[in-house]
Ligand binder design. Structure first.
Ligand SMILES: [Zn+2]
Length: 384
């Protein structure tokens, strides 16, 4: 039995006037997904447990099958793992965004104009040289980087920058806030020398590195993943899920969906039991409020990933699929919500009750804990 987990990041949404009162999932042309939903089981999952932030770190931890209420310690420590940083108990990791703040103090762009990783590298190096010492800066991917600080700096209330889009930037509060404020202020001068769209750093998402049992020890299956997002890759590192590098996989609209599909099929043919495909583009479109790109990313999922994936898997033997986003990113709100999301479970050997993979179809379904779905997917009983 082979297992595929599909994660269109943030794909769940709300009905939109501009789409005639429908959601992106309802208007996108997704014939393969529709046919899977007709023969599988759809429902609603709480991927963001009550009381935890509606972040991709929390949602993807649920999808991996780990209860975030037990294992989540913050977003930055997971991303630090993806950069190969094993932190001591005396260290706390902060997420360090390159952001653009307007002259009036508005968060103009939580992604700092989307620099390339190559463009960001010298900026992070300069931050480390000029502001480093007690803290260290580590270059990550595009606008997403890591700062490692002393453990005593953990105590601060920080606002995720993507929750502040087009709003007044709300700076940290709490005991460690003065340290963070000093660095964010000082970063303006460092960034000014580069002439980039980003004009300062934003520190948030801090935490200690969690101790997570390996995926194989929990689920008895060998797993691998593809993702262009460092925190999803970091979850792989922390759970011993193999992280496959896929040239062309990006966190943007130019993602090579077909390359991720081929990587999944290659791994599944070569002994991997469970393969997780994560694509960020739908979340980026949600944050940008870009309806057309959100619909397009869903249609590319269908035409570039699901269609050939299904026919190839059918030729390999019995297989199952779990498809769901790690949270909703409604276009109207341009940020994540904690609302339950639709999930699809499919079993090539068992016909389920069937349904439609839309927010509307599952609106009255009972809500299951997101982290229980992985155990259902790989369980001895069919999940549909
Ligand atoms: Zn996400």
């Amino acid at each position: 039995m082979k297992y595929v987990v599909c994660v269109p990041d943030g794909c769940a949404d709300e009905p939109l006037d501009s789409l005639g009162g429908r959601t992106p999932l309802e208007v996108a042309s997704m014939p393969t997904l529709r046919s899977l939903a007709r023969r599988g089981r759809v429902g609603r999952a709480a991927v963001i447990p009550v009381g935890l932030p509606a972040g991709s770190d929390v949602g993807n931890m649920s999808i991996f099958g780990y209860d975030p209420a037990r294992f989540h310690t913050g977003r930055a420590p997971i991303e630090a793992a993806a950069l190969g940083l094993k932190l001591g108990t005396d260290q706390v990791a902060y997420r360090c965004n390159l952001v653009t703040i307007g002259a009036d103090g508005t968060m103009v762009d939580f992604a700092g104009g989307h620099p390339t990783s190559d463009d960001a590298m010298p900026i992070i190096k300069a931050l480390d040289e000029q502001l480093g010492g007690e803290v260290r800066f580590h270059a990550g991917v595009e606008y997403r980087h890591i700062m490692v600080a002393p453990a005593t700096w953990v105590d601060a209330e920080c606002t995720p920058p993507h929750d502040l889009s087009d709003k007044a930037a709300v700076y940290p509060t709490g005991p460690a806030a003065p340290h963070l404020q000093r660095l964010m202020d000082a970063s303006r001068e460092v960034l000014a020398a580069f002439g980039s769209k980003a004009n300062q750093i934003w520190l948030w998402g801090q935490g200690f590195q969690p101790q997570m049992p390996s995926f194989e020890s929990v689920f008895g299956r060998r797993a691998a993943l593809t993702s262009a997002v460092d925190l999803v890759r970091g979850l792989g590192v922390l759970t011993d899920v193999a992280v496959v590098d896929v040239p062309g996989a990006t966190a943007g609209y130019d993602n090579d969906y077909g390359a991720q599909r081929d990587a999944a099929l290659r791994a599944l043919r070569n002994g991997t039991d469970v393969f997780i495909i994560h694509v960020e583009a739908s979340d980026e479109a949600g944050h940008a409020g870009d309806v057309a790109e959100k619909v397009r990313s869903l249609e590319l999922w269908d035409s570039e990933i699901l269609t050939d994936l299904v026919s190839e898997l059918d030729g390999m033997g019995p297989w199952r699929m779990l498809l769901l986003p790690d949270h909703a990113t409604p276009l109207r709100l341009k940020t994540h919500t904690s609302d339950p999301v639709p999930y699809l479970l499919y079993d090539s050997e068992v016909t389920g009750p069937g349904g439609e993979y839309t927010e509307r179809f599952v609106a009255d379904s009972p809500v299951f804990a997101g982290h229980d779905l992985m155990a259902q997917l790989v369980g001895t009983r069919s999940p549909v």
